[in-house]
Structure formats: C-alpha cells, structure tokens
Design a protein around this ligand. Structure first.
Ligand code: HSE
Length: 428
C-alpha cells in the first residue's frame, strides 16, 4: 500500500458532506482501487457548529480556506465553496502556490479564471480537476479528455442545467405557466441562491465554456458565450412547439466553424423523439460528436449530493492513481485564443407572431420573409381573439442575419401586435 493521499476540503454543504461520507464509508474500496489510502486530514466551512450529519471530529478544522489549502498535511485541496472570486479563488491560488493539486466543482471560478489558474497550476507542477463542475455526476470531462482523445471533436451539445429542464418539462406536463413553475422550483429548493444563474443560462453557459475549451483546445472564453435564458418561454410556445413535434430545451452548443468558435446557450427547439427531446425533469444530457466516434450521448443526474460527490471522487481517485492530465486536456500554454464566431450556423427557426387580424397582414409577413431570402417550411394560424391572430412559422434553414432583416422589416409594417418569439431549431 502506498502513501496516503491526504485531502483538505473547503466547503461542507451538500457536496462537501457527500464527499466526506464517501471517503469514510468506502475507505477500503478506495484504497484497493488507488493502491493507497485516501484520507481527509482537514476541513473548513463557514460554520463550525452546524450539524451536518457526519462526524468531523477526527479532522483538523481551519476557519480560513487559504490556510487549509496550504497545510503541510494536505496533498489535494478540494474546493466546494463556489463563487467566481473571493475566498474560492484566493484559496485555489494559495493551494497552487503551495504546489497542491486541486479538485473543484466551481464552474464559475473556472469559467472566469480557468486559463490563468491552469497556467499557474502547470507552472507549479500541480493539476486542477473539475469533473463535478460540469453536468454533476456525468463524467463528461473524462469522456472528452480521455475516451475521445483520438477524435477531432466537431460539436458538443448539452442540457446542463437541471433546474431549467425541470421548469420546462414541468410546464409542459402540467400545462402551467413559467411563473408558477418557477415558484414551485424555488419551494423545492432547486434554484441557486441567485436564480438568474439558473434561469438566465449563466450556470449552464459556464459549463459550456469549459467543455468548449477541452473540445477545441482553446482558452476558456465565457464572455464569448451567446447567452439567453428561459424566462421568456411561455406555455403557449411549449404547446405550439409540441404540436409541431418539438420540445423546448435550454440547449448549449459549441462548435468550431470557418467563422470561428460558436458557443451558444439558449432555448432551442429539438425533435421530441430525439434523446435531448425526451430528457425529462432535472436530468442532464451531454451529446459529444467527433470525427471517429460520430456521436455519443451521456445522460445522468446534474446535481445533488451523491452525483456531485461521485464526480469529485472520480477526480480524487485519478490523482491518487497518479494520473496527471492538464486541466483542459493539453498544456495550458498551448491553448489558443479562439476567434468568436460573429454569426451562428444557419438553422431553421420557429417564429410566433401575434398579427393584427386585418386583411393582408399575413401576406405582408410572407413577402418580407421572402424578400430577405427566408423560405417558409410550415405555417399555421391558430385560433385568435377579436383583434390578433397568432401565426406560427417554421422556416427552412436560414442565416440569423436574413431572419433579423426580415423581422426588422416586419416590425416596420404595423401588422404585429406584440414582439415576435424567435427560437432556433437545432439539428440534433
Ligand atoms: N443549479 C444547477 C442545476 C446545478 O440546476 O443544474 C449546479 O450547477
């Protein structure tokens, strides 16, 4: 049996407590698999007195995560505090400066500072692992960096925020409006302390930026992610989309194109019989595409104590076994700065227009689309009230620029009672 691997854990919330439980309950299994004991030596959290349902008495307690990170008896600093800056960043930097390996679930920290931290870690001979930061328990980082290492990755897609998927699927199954389901999700404790992180697409955007870096060998560039949340999705759109064979998902897509790196996190329509379309509730899904593999689909729990602690322990076990893969799959100094794509890949679009119910309104819309080179695939006018007529249009594949040109023209025609709803239909 080799020397013990000694862990220092900062943050004893749901995930931290889950990690403590696994290390305590599976000591023999972990030691057998790693060829060395895996032990916790020190912990740190905001409150020392809180009852977390686990016995922490045998571990040293630190009030300051940076002090914990640099302790002589800590080999791996496990950062489970969260936050893109502040104590999480300071403690991670302290760990790296002390030459410690880092395991983190902190997507915000890495989305904003991942490249600098990776450079610092590699200079110090340390590794940073972050499986738990993306899609909870799904081993998507391992899949990209290890299992698919022989592929040119062509596209990565995913539903990576379980709360949004819960809200969208619950709206559909219960026929409830967004605000009601949002409140329900809040009551159930699904939402982050700042709900905008979830419903604004930011949390999922952080995850997408990390996957893009690994997939395309580029520096993490969260600011280049085109972000749109789910707050504007109505139950009407969910029903209309369903009537045409689609589901609405908060979908992340990244791909390298001739126009640069495209990174989008936005509500999209996907076919209801596709794996993404059938994804229900708080579950996550990652779809990875490469030249040799073609496509694989990974599905699993995106949050929660067990799944996230499982991902943390996967990283810990890699370190215990001596695996030292660079943070983003290649040495950080070799990651290129990707040019963000100025235009997204052409796609069909779903449009919902509330037209004034007067002669010629629909004809003017069709003409404006035609003049911009946007071809209509399907069109449906649904039941209308006394003054407005809801019109649904599915276009053929078109550029967003052509569509925007048509919509700008239509906006000036005085035929629309409300702003249009425009959702991309993603080929999955
Ligand atoms: N709030 C996230 C989700 C989990 O709902 O998927 C943490 O990233």
């Amino acid at each position: 049996m080799g020397q013990p691997l000694r862990l220092g854990i900062a943050g004893l919330g749901t995930v931290g407590t889950g990690v403590v439980k696994i290390v305590r309950q599976k000591a023999n299994l972990l030691a057998a698999r790693a060829g060395r004991p895996v032990e916790i030596t020190a912990v740190c959290a905001r409150s020392r007195d809180k009852d977390r349902g686990v016995n922490l008495s045998q571990y040293a307690w630190e009030d300051d995560p940076s002090t914990l990170a640099a302790r002589d008896d800590v080999d791996v600093f496990i950062e489970l505090m969260g936050g893109s800056d502040g104590p999480a960043k300071a403690a991670t930097e302290a760990a790296i400066a002390a030459g410690k390996d880092v395991v983190t679930a902190n997507k915000a920290l890495l989305a904003h500072h991942g490249h600098a931290l990776a450079l610092a870690a590699e200079k110090a001979g340390a590794v940073i692992r972050f499986e738990a930061a993306v899609a909870g328990g799904i081993p998507v980082i391992k899949a990209l960096t290890e299992g698919l290492a022989g592929n040119d990755i062509t596209r990565v897609m995913g539903v990576m925020n379980g709360t949004c998927n819960y809200i969208l699927t619950r709206m559909q199954s219960a026929g409830l409006p967004y605000v009601e389901v949002f409140e329900e999700a809040n009551t159930l404790g699904f939402l982050e302390a700042d709900p905008t992180l979830d419903v604004g697409g930011i949390d999922a955007g952080h995850k997408l930026a990390l996957l893009a870096s690994i997939a395309f060998g580029t520096q993490v560039d969260f600011d280049a992610v085109e972000l749109e949340g789910i707050e504007q999705i109505t139950i009407d759109d969910i029903h209309h989309a369903a009537g045409m064979g689609f589901r609405i998902k908060l979908l992340g897509v990244c791909q390298m194109t001739g126009r640069g790196l495209e990174q989008r996190m936005s509500p999209c329509l996907v076919p209801d019989d596709s794996p993404l379309g059938q994804l229900e509730g708080g579950t996550n899904m990652c779809v990875l595409e490469g030249d040799a593999i073609e496509q694989i689909v990974l599905r699993g729990p995106g949050a929660g104590e067990g799944p996230t602690a499982s991902a943390v322990m996967g990283d810990v076990m890699d370190i215990a076994r001596g695996m030292r893969i660079p943070t983003f799959g290649v040495p950080a100094a070799t990651l290129s700065r990707a040019k963000p794509a100025k235009a997204v890949t052409p796609a069909p679009y779903y449009l919902r227009l509330a037209l004034d119910d007067k002669p010629g309104a629909l004809a003017k819309v069709a003409t404006a689309l035609g003049e911009a080179g946007v071809s209509i695939d399907r069109m449906r006018q649904t039941r209308h009230d006394e003054t407005t007529a809801p019109v649904l249009i599915v276009t053929h594949k078109t550029t967003r620029a052509a569509l925007d040109e048509a919509l700008a023209h239509i906006a000036g025609l005085d035929v629309m009672a409300q702003s249009p709803v425009v959702l991309r239909i993603e080929k999955v």
